[in-house]
Every structure is written in C-alpha cells, then in structure tokens.
Design a protein. Sequence first.
Length: 209
Amino acid sequence: MENVTITNHPLIQHKLTLLRDKNTSSKEFRSLVSEIATLMCYEATRNLPLVEVEIETPVAVAKTKVIAGKKLAFVPILRAGLGMVDGVLDLVPAARIGHIGLYRDPETLMPVEYYCKLPSDINEREVIVVDPMLATGGSAIDAITKIKERHPKSIKFMCILAAPEGLQALSSAHPDVEIYCAALDEKLNDHGYIIPGLGDAGDRIFGTK
C-alpha cells in the first residue's frame, strides 16, 4: 500500500522489543510509548510545508525556513492514544491537541464514540491522529471520518503496531490518509487482539490490566 510507511529505525525496533515484553512495567511501558512516538513523529512530519523567512544571525542576515501556517494538531484516540501525546509534544511543543473518545464494543468489535473535542482552528492545521494500536481499524476510521467533517489541511495516522486487517480497512476507507506504523504484525485473533502484539495498550499504559 502506497500510503503506508513502516518506520523501522533500529532505535524504534529496539524499544518496540522492550514494549512487547510482558514483564515490562507500566512505568517503563509509558516511557517507551512516549519515546517511540517522538521517533515516529520525526518521520511523520518530514513533508510539512515550509516558507522562507529572513532573520538576523549574530553574524549576518540569513534566508531560512519555518513551518508554514498554523502548523500541527495532534488528536489522540482515547484512552491509549494519550500515551503518545507527551512524546510528540516533545518534538512539536506548539501543536494543538484534540481528543476523540472511542471504545470497542466487546460483542461487535465496532467503535462507539463517547467524546470529541477538536481545536477550533483545525481547518488551518495539519492533523496527526495517534493511537498505539491499529487492530480492526474501526476506531481509526471513525475518528478520521469525524475529523474530516472539520476540513483540516491534511490528516495522517500514526500507530506503533498494526494488523494487516486494520491496515487494509483504514487504507480502503481513507486512501488519502498517510499511515505510519513501527511494525506490521501477523494477524488478529478471534477477540480482535493483534498477534503477537503487546496486549492491551491502554491497560499497560495506565496500569489497569
């Protein structure tokens, strides 16, 4: 799929191995999610639009580049997406943050929305939706559909792990959205969990497992 980038940098892959380990504590897990999000954000922001400006250095006048327009908004899918927010803000501290709350119905595995609050000027921003896991793809599809109603400049989706089923579903539903993930796993099990995966990301981030 042309709209998918696997960010398989050695640092990301090393941290991902620690993240998958069932013996990794919640404290370590949170730190690793944040660190991986920072590293992935570097790649996901590679094509941000730039404009030329003129500044004075201590030595001379220089023509150089800054990010154009109102810049970025990050939208975590609650609750697990919150684990990635500090990491991306370390890289882009001026970004705005929106929130979309979805949970997966255990019977149908379909997303149910319970909260949506987006920046008022989101139509002037490049949006990156963040969620550690892309399993069935339902939550990501629903979140992006909701954001598109507000007409942002662009939308990207960033996750740590993806299942082939979710990747295919998201790409089919939103072919215009660039997808960034750290690893493409084998499959989903009968309960909609990614295999080999890392378990429930929200439970492991917040210590509720």
